[in-house]
Design a binder for this molecule. Structure first.
Ligand code: NIG
Ligand code: FE
Length: 409
């Protein structure tokens, strides 16, 4: 055995290889005085700490809390520039969509991303990813969508692939060409959707650059019909489906996501009752983004109601330069408790097993069980409640990925 974690005060983890929903989302395993054995990057046993296993290396957890590594299942990690100058407009009450219509917002970042070199984008994203790791994110999804043209969309996706290869944080790549209509297609939306469906998506799929496809289905962006067209094409090309849905207005994006067979629907601040029902029926994961609500001063998605209605809930950062410049998943976890009113157990599941399920990694990630990949965090905390209670501090102390210690804070 390569590594033995002993003297774990409390091991807190969901269990299983699928998203947990309804009551099960809050039913986690809590084990005091535990030990975890790791061999060749995998967990080989979870046992009492006083077992006599012999390992090459032993890590004394000093009675602290251990959980699975955090999975941030929704980020826009790769982009050029920042947008701090838009804060003034935002705080003066100019709505997000109006900033976008005036060529700002996403389109601002599109300009900066088009003009950045692949190397610059890589260096910048790698620095940001290191910061995410420092807060405990061991796996993260990352989207394109700041190119809105063939070359730049592929450039973003190549950066994601390089980051994943470079490690240690593992990435899942999502193509999001349908993030906005670029300025050059302002009077020809159908032309842009054709370009996405007939040129960019097939190239991204052919070059194996994306595992998932996401669309921004909302007021002023893509209609449910347009979104469904892009997703159908992506599905034919073998990609898994996701949708930013009903963030701004209830446009029946959640219904569309369920109808199209999406793995997850994101945001959902304005999702209707019927949309939530449809998601429960089709077992679509709700990827909720409380730090975006916080940053934009918007209402919070109805997370508890979704759990009651049997929708599996994941929580992510939505890290991006416009609506959530915060990449700290621990902050989103605290908001999930303080604002959504999830229990600490429900919130833990939302950023581990359910986050992993939202990127189809629940068979190997998201829980501390024999057979799973050894991604774990030792927290500077005596119990699970404590990490939600100490909002604003970074309590991730030792971070382990595939059995290697990759960060000590
Ligand atoms: O998830 N809502 C759509 N897209 C991003 C915002 C992107 C941006 O403003 O740059 C989001 O919040
Ligand atoms: Fe997003």
């Amino acid at each position: 055995m390569d590594l033995l974690l002993k003297n774990i005060g409390l091991l807190a983890t969901p269990t299983g290889i699928d998203a947990r929903r309804g009551k099960a989302q809050g039913e986690i395993t809590l084990r005091s005085h535990a030990a975890v054995g790791i061999h060749k990057g995998r967990i080989v046993f979870v046992d009492h700490t006083n077992n006599s296993a012999v390992a090459e290396h032993t890590l004394d957890c000093a009675g602290k809390l251990v959980t699975p590594g955090l999975v941030d299942c929704h980020t826009h990690l790769v982009f050029g520039g920042w947008r701090q100058h838009e804060m003034k407009q935002k705080f003066a009450g100019v709505p997000y969509l109006e900033i976008l219509k005036a060529g700002g917002g996403i389109l601002n970042t599109v300009k900066a991303t088009r003009s950045a070199s692949e190397e610059d984008l890589f260096q910048k994203a790698q620095t940001l990813l290191r910061e995410m790791l420092y807060y405990g994110t061991t796996t993260c999804e990352a989207k394109s969508g700041y190119g809105l043209e063939l070359e730049t969309e592929l450039k973003q996706l190549r950066v994601i692939r390089r980051l994943n290869k470079a490690g240690p944080v593992e990435l899942a790549a999502t193509f999001m060409g349908a993030h906005a209509i670029p300025e050059e297609y302002a009077s020809d939306r159908e032309g842009y959707i054709n370009l996405v469906c007939e040129e960019i998506l097939p190239r991204a799929a052919r070059e194996n650059l994306a595992e998932f496809c996401d669309v921004f289905c909302d007021e002023g962006v893509f209609t449910p019909e347009e979104s469904a067209r892009v997703l159908k094409r992506a599905s034919d090309l073998g990609l898994g489906l996701k949708a930013h849905a009903d963030e701004i207005s209830p446009v029946e994006g959640a219904e569309m996501a369920a109808e199209c067979g999406c793995i997850s629907a994101e945001h959902l601040i304005a999702a209707s009752d019927a949309g939530i029902m449809a998601m429960a029926e089709k077992n679509v994961i709700a990827a909720l983004l409380p730090a975006t609500s916080f940053w934009l001063g918007k209402p919070y998605a109805r997370a508890c109601e979704m759990i009651r209605k049997n929708v599996p809930v994941a929580v992510a950062t939505d890290f991006n330069p416009g609506s959530c410049p915060c990449l700290n998943l621990q902050f989103a976890m605290s908001l999930a408790c303080l604002k959504y009113r999830l229990t600490p157990a429900e919130a833990l599941t939302s950023v581990t097993l359910n986050g992993a399920a939202a990127i189809r990694r629940a068979e190997s990630l998201g829980s501390v069980e024999p057979g799973k990949q050894a991604d774990l965090i030792i927290w500077d905390a005596p119990d699970l409640d404590y990490i939600f209670y100490r909002c604003g501090s970074n309590l991730a102390q030792t971070i382990i990925k595939k059995g290697d210690i990759i960060c000590r804070n």
